[in-house]
Design a binder for this molecule. Structure first.
Ligand code: DX5
Ligand code: ZN
Length: 220
């Protein structure tokens, strides 16, 4: 397992004061920024793109920015995010025509690569590419919106991917996204996750530090 990381999903931040709100979550103890990109095509919602990421870098956000692409097609937007300052780029296999090629594109652009599994996406998409990945992201909600409820079936999937990562012997992160709270994060960590996305649980709370500290405490 890699050292634990909390990645606030800025989907639930105040978009009118995005830089300030993001910096506030980092000052409250979060390690990364999770950047949700939705295109009203692969998922039924529309959010933010490379220009906004670049603006966050310009504002002085220097921590890893974890880009979660919920877009189709994938490949042509990858270089734009890399140039804008993305650190990791993750995509859904169903949204890519050639999964191995997309992973290569992300790495060639200088970013780390992640593959994302929806609740109904089978893990056999990992079979021939696990060794090329830096991160596996297990969705614990159906993608498209913040503030949904954690789907418990994700726990079995996390355990299975943890087993496969350990078997590979590689430093691959196991991330979870959707419905993560200070109350369920302990159980999720026990299932094998080391990287935790949380949107509404952090940004809808009156004090970000209280939530992030409770999360860190629960995951040890
Ligand atoms: C869902 C997004 C998530 C979402 C998480 O499509 O990928 O990152 O913002 O939000 P919460 O933590 O509120 O479920
Ligand atoms: Zn996400």
């Amino acid at each position: 397992k890699q050292s634990p990381v909390i990645a606030p999903s800025i989907l639930s931040a105040d978009f009118a004061r995005l830089g300030e709100d993001t910096a506030k979550a980092l000052a409250a103890g979060a390690e990364w920024v999770h950047f949700d990109v939705m295109d009203n095509h692969y998922v039924p919602n529309l959010t933010i793109g490379p220009m906004v990421l670049k603006a966050l870098r310009g504002y002085g956000i220097t921590v890893p920015i974890d880009v979660h692409l919920m877009v189709k097609p994938v490949d042509r937007i990858v270089p734009d995010f890399a140039k804008a300052g993305a650190s990791l780029i993750s995509f859904h296999p169903e949204a890519s025509e050639h999964v191995d090629r997309t992973i290569g594109l992300i790495k060639d652009s200088g970013c780390q690569a992640g593959l994302v599994f929806n609740p109904a996406t089978p893990l056999n998409w990992l079979d021939h590419v696990l060794d090329k990945l830096d991160l596996v992201l297990i969705m614990s909600v159906n993608p498209g919106f913040g503030g949904q409820k954690f789907i418990p079936g994700a726990l079995d999937k996390l355990r299975e991917v943890r087993r496969r990562i350990d078997e590979s012997g590689r430093a691959i992160r196991l991330e979870v996204d959707g419905g993560v709270t200070a109350d369920n994060i302990g159980e999720i960590a026990a299932a094998g996750a080391d990287t935790f996305v949380a949107g509404s649980a952090i940004f809808n709370a009156p004090d970000y530090r209280t939530v992030i500290e409770a999360m860190h405490k629960a995951i040890g």
